[in-house]
Design a binder for this molecule. Structure first.
Ligand SMILES: [Zn+2]
Ligand SMILES: [Zn+2]
Length: 166
């Protein structure tokens, strides 16, 4: 039975396909998982715990407005948590860990000034203009309850500091 299975170039991949598509670098016959792609860097997107399920199902949605115009916004983990706490009135904060292609054609990088009452220093932010060029690697529930079952293959799920089995 094993021989009838199609096999891509990634030995650790158990998907039944001949070619593995990396959406981060757009290689159609990839030898790596998108989560491991060297053409992307690890960035974070903060949100609310109540949005996790729909993000897993539908992907991260671009913001229509923002300092760098429309796109999916990413920053470092600590800043993503601070911003989400601010926006979500302090509870039910979650951050998505993503591999993001930040090349100049796909993404705009900027330095955000100190956000009074939210951050104590400036921070880098990335606005992904090509929304497909990222892969969710996992998510972390910072506070609040999360009991939903989600299907996130090879994903890391951390709830209040403990890694969950997926
Ligand atoms: Zn594969
Ligand atoms: Zn790649």
């Amino acid at each position: 039975m094993e021989n009838s299975k199609k096999k891509c170039k990634i030995s650790a991949c158990s998907d039944n396909h001949a070619k593995h598509y990396c959406r981060v670098c757009k290689d159609k016959d990839s030898d790596h998982f998108a989560r491991d792609c060297t053409q992307g860097i690890i960035l974070y997107h903060g949100t609310r715990v109540s949005f996790i399920k729909s993000i897993i199902a539908n992907g991260l949605q671009p913001s229509k407005h923002g300092r760098l115009d429309s796109g999916i916004y990413f920053t470092d983990r600590d800043t993503a948590i601070l911003i989400s706490k601010h926006r979500g009135q302090g509870t039910g904060v979650a951050v998505f860990k993503c591999r993001v292609n930040t090349d100049e054609q796909s993404c705009v990088e900027g330095t955000h000034p100190v956000w009074k009452g939210v951050t104590t220093s400036t921070f880098q932010e990335w606005c992904l203009k090509d929304p497909l060029k990222h892969r969710i690697m996992g998510f972390e529930v910072i506070d609040g309850e999360f009991e939903d079952a989600v299907n996130l293959p090879r994903g890391e799920i951390i709830v209040n500091g403990s890694t969950m089995s997926n």
